[in-house]
Design a protein around this ligand. Structure first.
Ligand SMILES: [Zn+2]
Ligand SMILES: [Zn+2]
Length: 134
């Protein structure tokens, strides 16, 4: 699956599954206007515009990458847990992707709801699952 940022400077190719995760933690809210939707990958490669990709270390365990030309979020990455989760909206086709899990649902902005059933984890449940990770 191919993906790119809004301006097209950064392009990538990724092997993805059929699911995405929504995260409502405070960092994701600030980063991605209320929630971040990440699609897990098993392979990821920037194919164009590596110089436009800024990788920001957002915590001790994770990096967040964005296009430094247009500001689009590209991925969230926990290096100890394999390849990045790419931003849902960067992908060329999202028709087959379903929301399987929601993190930090107790932090969710009141006006923001996702349709359909998915596994929902509160902050406490996320912490139990990831340790101190987000
Ligand atoms: Zn861009
Ligand atoms: Zn988050």
């Amino acid at each position: 699956m191919n993906g790119q940022c809004m301006c097209g400077a950064v392009k990538f190719r990724a092997e993805i599954g059929d699911k995405f995760a929504a995260c409502f933690c405070e960092m994701c809210q600030r980063w991605a206007s209320g929630m971040f939707n990440g699609v897990g990958t098993t392979a990821f490669e920037v194919t164009d515009g590596e110089e436009y990709l800024t990788v920001f270390k957002s915590s001790d365990w994770a990096n967040r990458a964005f296009c430094n030309k247009c500001g689009s979020n590209i991925y969230y990455h926990m290096p100890e847990h394999g390849t990045p989760s790419v931003a849902l909206g960067t992908l060329e086709n999202t028709d087959e992707l379903r929301n399987a899990i929601r993190f930090f649902v107790d932090k969710r902005p009141k006006g923001l709801r996702l349709a359909g059933e998915a596994k929902e984890l509160t902050e406490a449940e996320c912490m139990a699952m990831f340790g101190d990770d987000e």
